[in-house]
Design a protein. Structure first.
Length: 605
């Protein structure tokens, strides 16, 4: 293997450098040479791992904008695929054994630390049977494939080759769905099954794709939007090909999945427990998820208490807003007022979408107050409504990164389902979180950092990414874009993330029921039923993911406060933001090291 030869050459060179007596100047030169060889070797390791991983996971390549594998649909749920993934992680982790990280420069050392941690965490994650829970209402492979096939997601439909690529992928859908069914059957045998309520939400998403007329299928939509330069004869061929694939491959597979879940899986689902701790080995599984998602060593109990403390603190801040808007009444009465008063309810879906777009334009004009020009991403973003077929169980908003080549912008998906649950005061925090200066700034910038190895440009730590998004929400006052109720909305958004600390750990570590979770939400936040239900069920589906937001935000805010105190009048928030973002996504412990080092260098200057 070429990489092994490279490694052997590097080690021989290193031995020669160390084994020969040198003068001080020669020794320094030899150390520099060894450092460069280590760095060059690691660059090859990262590049080869990234390329191999994309081949193994071609959908990831498509979402990145790498179209080389657009005709492939890996059976990522199969035992063979998991074995190959494990071998890949073990192989490239083993190549780091002889690296002396102290001889690496700043960026090379960061890459080494992140890569090593990522491989170790990936291997640890494989110890837990996630593959036996392949479908929930939040991550539903049937819905994801339908979105790709609609032409409104990452799969391109610009050329005849693009159309043929997706036709090839459609032919592979039955194998992936059959594997999902097989895994769920194994899960039933091992008592590793989803809560029933999650599958009750997922089933309509699948059912919505079962059409009598294939022209009504989302998979048929690209045929109604042919680019003008595709010849008529090719269009006719593709219509026939897609009709066959949809009719004979996709629809039967979706019907099979729907019937299995409805008839076989649903009776085996859990109705009296909702968290990971109720599953075999679930306590250890959740403890891992906590470490993985937060990039800390905090326990579920510590996080639970932190959430309770933050909820109490933010309630006090909301009372200050109540005084500002001259509301006389209790906190609960204010929650009820802001949740139900007509002034806070959009008249239509289109009015909501336009309001968000207008506000985002307002924000884009003033972000230069807090960010240097070189920290604006080149890629643009747009705001779209969440598709109707998945909106009922989707979160309030989400972000999809732009493609590597910039041909596809970043997308802020806005959920306009049930307008009574989408108050106008939520707008400011959501825009700052999902678009600028939140996810779009951080993730698009990271993808544009061509000096970083690709595994860092396209990777990410949830605690950093979501922590930055939540931190960005707090910048509305500094940017001058928040009115009093926008500020209330930002506090509610932060309150919501603090509630997540309580209820996520409550569900998965303390055995809370769905009703307990909903009761805590209603008692502590101005939340409508539709959102409370979808969020509660999201926490059930994604154990530990919701912890990352608040844990990350608190650490970024803490680092900023420490830097402000240490640097005094020399502190420039634009410099701080550049330092946080310029390395891409980092584990929180490594981010702290970088910021502390930056503060020390600013002192020295």
């Amino acid at each position: 293997m070429k990489l092994r030869v490279h490694k052997m050459t590097f080690l021989v060179s290193l031995v020669l450098v160390v084994g020969v007596a040198c003068s001080p100047s020669e020794e320094a030169e030899s150390q520099s040479s060894a450092s460069k060889k280590q760095a060059a070797f690691l660059e090859d390791v990262y590049a080869e791992y990234f390329a191999a991983n994309l081949q193994l996971n071609p959908l990831r390549a498509t979402f990145m904008g790498d179209h080389r594998f657009n005709d492939r649909l890996a059976n990522s749920l199969s035992e063979e695929h998991r074995i190959r993934q494990r071998m890949l992680e073990e192989e490239y982790l083993s190549l780091l054994v002889d690296i002396d990280e102290t001889k690496l420069n700043e960026q090379d050392r960061l890459s080494y630390e992140v890569f090593k941690r990522d491989r170790s965490m990936a291997l640890e994650q494989m110890q837990y049977p996630e593959h036996l829970l392949p479908i929930n209402q939040f991550y539903n492979l049937a819905a994801r494939l339908a979105m790709l096939g609609s032409g409104q997601s990452a799969q391109p439909f610009s050329t005849v080759e693009d159309y043929d690529n997706w036709a090839s992928r459609m032919s592979q859908i039955p194998s992936l769905i059959e594997q999902a069914i097989h895994n769920m059957e194994e899960g039933m045998q091992r008592d590793i099954v989803q809560p029933r309520v999650l599958m009750e939400r997922a089933l309509p998403q699948i059912e919505s794709q079962l059409v009598d007329d294939i022209s009504e299928s989302m998979f048929y939509q690209p045929l109604e939007n042919f680019p003008g330069d595709i010849e008529k004869s090719e269009q006719e061929r593709l219509i026939a090909l897609y009709s066959e694939r949809i009719q004979d491959h996709v629809l039967p597979a979706y019907q099979r999945l729907h019937d299995f879940i409805e008839q076989d899986y649903m009776p085996a689902t859990r109705t009296d427990s909702y968290g990971l701790s109720a599953l075999p080995g679930g306590e250890e599984w959740y403890a891992f998820n906590v470490r993985w998602r937060t990039t800390t060593d905090m326990t579920a109990e510590e996080i639970h208490q932190l959430g309770l403390d933050e909820v109490a603190r933010i309630h006090d801040s909301i009372r200050e807003v109540m005084q500002h808007v001259e509301f006389s009444g209790s906190l609960q009465e204010f929650f009820e007022f802001t949740r139900t008063d007509e002034q806070f309810i959009y008249e239509s879906r289109e009015a909501m979408l336009q309001d968000y777009r207008d506000f985002s334009e307002q924000v884009d004009k003033v972000t230069g107050q807090l960010f240097h020009p070189d920290m604006f991403p080149r890629a643009d973003y747009e705001i779209r409504k969440v598709e109707r077929f998945r909106e009922q169980s989707a979160s309030s908003a989400s972000y999809q990164s732009p493609s590597e080549d910039g041909s596809r912008p970043g997308i802020f998906y806005l959920n306009t389902y049930d307008l009574s649950a989408r108050p106008t005061w939520a707008k400011g925090a959501l825009v700052l979180h999902e678009a600028a200066p939140g996810h779009h700034y951080q993730l698009a910038l990271q993808r544009e950092m061509e000096h970083l190895p690709r595994f860092r440009r396209f990777g990410g730590e949830t605690a950093f990414i979501e922590g930055w998004g939540l931190y960005a929400e707090s910048l509305g006052n500094e940017l001058g874009v928040y009115e009093p109720y926008d500020q209330f909305g930002a506090l509610v958004a932060e309150l919501w993330r603090s509630i997540r600390l309580v209820v996520d750990t409550g569900i998965h570590a303390k055995g809370w029921s769905r009703d307990q979770v909903l009761a805590y939400m209603y008692e502590n936040a101005p939340v409508a039923e539709a959102r409370a239900v979808s969020e509660a069920e999201r926490f059930m589906a994604l154990p530990g993911q919701a912890l990352a937001y608040k844990i990350g935000q608190l650490e970024i805010r803490r680092l900023r406060s420490e830097a402000e105190q240490a640097l005094g009048d020399d502190f420039d928030v634009r410099d701080f933001h550049r330092e946080v973002l310029r390395h891409g996504s980092l584990p929180l412990s490594i981010l702290r090291q970088r910021i502390e080092s930056w503060v020390a260098s600013e002192h020295a200057a």
